[in-house]
Design a binder for this molecule. Structure first.
Ligand code: DWN
Ligand code: ZN
Length: 407
């Protein structure tokens, strides 16, 4: 039994994915010995409704000067963040004389560069030094630090209060949610908004996309849990907007309590979440059974293909794939290598199972019989780019929402 990270009530894990390495800890053979492992075990708090993992490695072990994920690798995501920035400007900034926009976990500047291009006063806060440097090169003002109440006060002193604080795929990474919420409260202007989006619990449960659970994702949010957690620091959930990104996300808009009207979409989503049972512990027992069934089906397929001598190559060395690979027991016998366009991952091996990661050329020059789509959330973009492989008879394997071969 441990204390819930949000409300402090006793919680216990409803399943374990076993020993897991750092999801983005791609490594060279001389680093295999001494690789860090921890137990990945999710829990649901019946009191505040927060879905969370029990143990999370130290932040510095995950986010550092060699962080392996660069947001701008996807063209689709570039367009998504342009739309996100435009929406914020139109809804909240257009009538302000000199708005100030802060983004938490701004990565390589994929969102803020849209504000920078329009000359808007902005600041990115990004703890991973290498991706922060790329943002600066893109003309995005960025400081490299972890965000919390202390950093927020320093930023407010130097730049003034923020009109909007934004975060995408970041809030679910930070274990001390109260420190961040206090920081947001300290930095946000009285009429400001805090808008963030993250993978959505409802989609994860519905699609059995258990690979959203890995070291970096300490929380998987719902509207119910977000509303409860941030209310504790005086922030009210005033709007929610579903997103298709990352396999199904939710954009949450919060504001100082009582400062803005609450959209009917919030109450409607609370009701939907209750009807889906997201507020009930029993739902997570069902999710565990679905994870086990998905794992068994995927391994039955991969074992058969291996025994039949088929070549299977992974597509996209995602963070998510670290959970899939290590939970299911996928080895280099099943998957020859994983193709990934991110230079920092290439020439290294995947965390835990040590499957080689190679540039896309390795895939296109020697197309496999089957491509295992670890980047299933980018399926549309990838299918459009890989018509040649598919038209030549190449097959794809996905496992979300169910294990299947296509076309
Ligand atoms: O929350 C997080 C999300 C936003 O990004 C982080 N914790 C880390 C990361 O998670 P991920 O690694 O699961 O994200 P993606 O976007 O699913 O990763 C896609 C991977 O696939 C990247 O390594 C790039 C690669 N890729 C590729 O090789 N060819 C991607 C595309 C679209 C491609 O065409
Ligand atoms: Zn709780």
């Amino acid at each position: 039994m441990v204390a819930c990270r949000v409300c402090g009530e006793d919680i216990r894990p409803f399943m374990s994915f076993g020993q897991m390495p750092i999801a983005n800890g791609f490594l060279k053979p001389d680093e295999f010995e001494g690789e860090y492992f921890f137990e990945l075990a999710p829990a649901f708090c019946d009191s505040c409704k927060m879905f969370q993992i029990i143990e999370q490695p130290e932040a510095q072990a995950m986010f550092h000067e060699n962080y392996a994920f660069f947001s701008s690798t996807s063209k689709f995501m570039q367009a998504h963040f342009k739309e996100f920035a435009d929406q914020i400007t139109e809804a909240f900034l257009h009538d302000q004389a000199s708005p100030f926009v802060v983004e938490l976990g701004s990565n390589d500047g994929i969102m803020l560069r849209n504000f920078a291009a329009g000359g808007t006063h902005h600041l990115g806060v990004e703890p991973s030094a290498n991706v922060a440097e790329v943002a600066r090169q893109n003309g995005v003002d960025t400081i490299s630090t972890f965000f919390g109440e202390a950093a927020a006060k320093e930023i407010a002193d130097q730049h003034g209060k923020a009109s909007a604080i934004l975060a995408a795929n970041v809030m679910c990474h930070i274990p001390n949610i109260h420190d961040v919420a206090r920081g947001v409260r300290a930095l946000l202007a009285d009429n400001g908004v805090f808008v963030f989006e993250d993978p959505y619990l409802g989609d994860m449960i519905e699609k059995t996309s258990y690979d959203q659970i890995y070291d970096e994702h300490v929380f998987i949010f719902s509207a119910l849990s977000v509303s409860d957690a941030f209310a504790r620091q005086g922030l009210e959930l005033i709007d929610v907007q579903p997103q298709t990104t990352h396999g199904g996300s939710m954009r949450y808009t919060l504001a100082p309590r009582g400062s803005r009207t609450v959209s009917p979409a919030v109450t409607a989503l609370f009701e939907k979440e209750r009807s889906l049972g997201l507020h009930r512990p029993g739902t997570y027992d069902g999710f565990r059974e679905n994870c086990e069934a998905s794992r068994d089906q995927l391994m039955t397929l991969l074992n058969r293909l291996r025994d039949d001598g088929k070549r299977v190559v992974g597509y996209g060395a995602t963070s998510k794939s670290t959970t899939t690979i290590n939970y299911c027991g996928i080895s280099p016998d099943h998957v020859e290598f994983i193709s990934d366009t991110t230079p920092i991952k290439q020439g290294k091996s995947t965390p835990g199972a040590h499957i080689p990661v190679k540039p896309h050329d390795a895939f296109s020059q020697s197309p496999p019989d089957y491509a295992l789509l670890f980047a299933w959330n980018h399926q549309r973009e990838i299918m459009a780019n890989e018509l040649e492989y598919t038209d030549a008879g190449g097959k794809w394997i996905t496992y979300v929402p169910k294990v299947e071969i296509f076309p």
